[in-house]
Design a protein around this ligand. Structure first.
Ligand SMILES: CC(C)(COP(=O)(O)OP(=O)(O)OC[C@H]1O[C@@H](n2cnc3c(N)ncnc32)[C@H](O)[C@@H]1OP(=O)(O)O)[C@@H](O)C(=O)NCCC(=O)NCCS
Length: 202
């Protein structure tokens, strides 16, 4: 499914098994590249990212968006899954949000050369616009500790800090194994519906 494009990049929703197979390698490349960069400096093996891609695209009700440049490279992605499909995260948030009616914005990334043009915001808004509001009332996500740019972006999009965090242990590009803290943010969908029209200007 083709979605509103963005300054020369095509945004596509990946739904079929053929599309999952077609875009997997380009997603793996983009993901490894984006998260090896600041601020995360994380090392992901190809197999590991391929497993992430397969798991998320197989999740019931997933919304998988990729941004493709004119050369066919994936330069951005945004994936949402029902919170119930991420049991480790759902466990942390149980009692704070209605798990069965909550969407989890699980992945977001934009290649460095495409940053600061509003592509991430576009991918967030499109995912929210594609949620079924009859069954989804809340949206949650995690941001890395001290990464104020991402935090500020979500705050500007009406997400609030839930005051809850969880630790993530990952291998970094300098070879060390480090733990960092991810903070949860949430938003109630019914409060701000109109602004989620991806064709609307903020
Ligand atoms: C975070 C990331 C997705 C932002 O992508 P992007 O396309 O550059 O973001 P946008 O252009 O849509 O920016 C939206 C807003 O976020 C904030 N923002 C984004 N990058 C910023 C930066 N480097 N410094 C300060 N603010 C920043 C700004 O408020 C910006 O709005 P503005 O440009 O109108 O001021 C991208 O930098 C990235 O992929 N980083 C590495 C992976 C990552 O951090 N993923 C998020 C995991 S929660």
């Amino acid at each position: 499914m083709l979605l509103p494009s963005f300054e020369g990049v095509t945004v596509q929703r990946v739904t079929t098994a053929e599309e999952v197979a077609q875009w997997g390698p380009a997603f793996v490349d983009a993901y490894r590249h984006i998260f090896a960069d600041a601020p995360y400096h994380e090392v992901f093996a190809e197999d590991e990212v391929d497993a992430i891609w397969r798991r998320l695209t197989a999740a019931r009700g997933n919304i998988t968006l990729i941004a493709i440049d004119p050369q066919g490279a994936v330069v951005g992605f945004g994936i949402a899954i029902p919170l119930a499909e991420a049991p480790d995260v759902a466990r942390e948030l149980n009692g704070l949000v209605p798990v069965k009616a909550t969407s989890y914005l699980v992945e977001l990334g934009v290649e460095a050369s495409w940053r600061r043009r509003g592509l991430a915001r576009h991918l967030v808004r499109l995912r929210i616009a594609l949620l079924d509001r009859a069954t989804t009332t809340h949206v949650v996500l995690r941001v890395a500790e001290g990464r104020s740019a991402t935090f500020e972006m979500y705050r500007a999009m009406h997400f609030t800090d839930m005051g809850v965090s969880m630790q993530v242990r990952r291998l970094r590009t300098d070879g060390t194994l480090q733990t960092d803290v991810r903070h949860f943010m949430s938003r109630v969908l019914s409060q701000v519906q109109f602004e989620d029209d991806p064709t609307a200007r903020e």
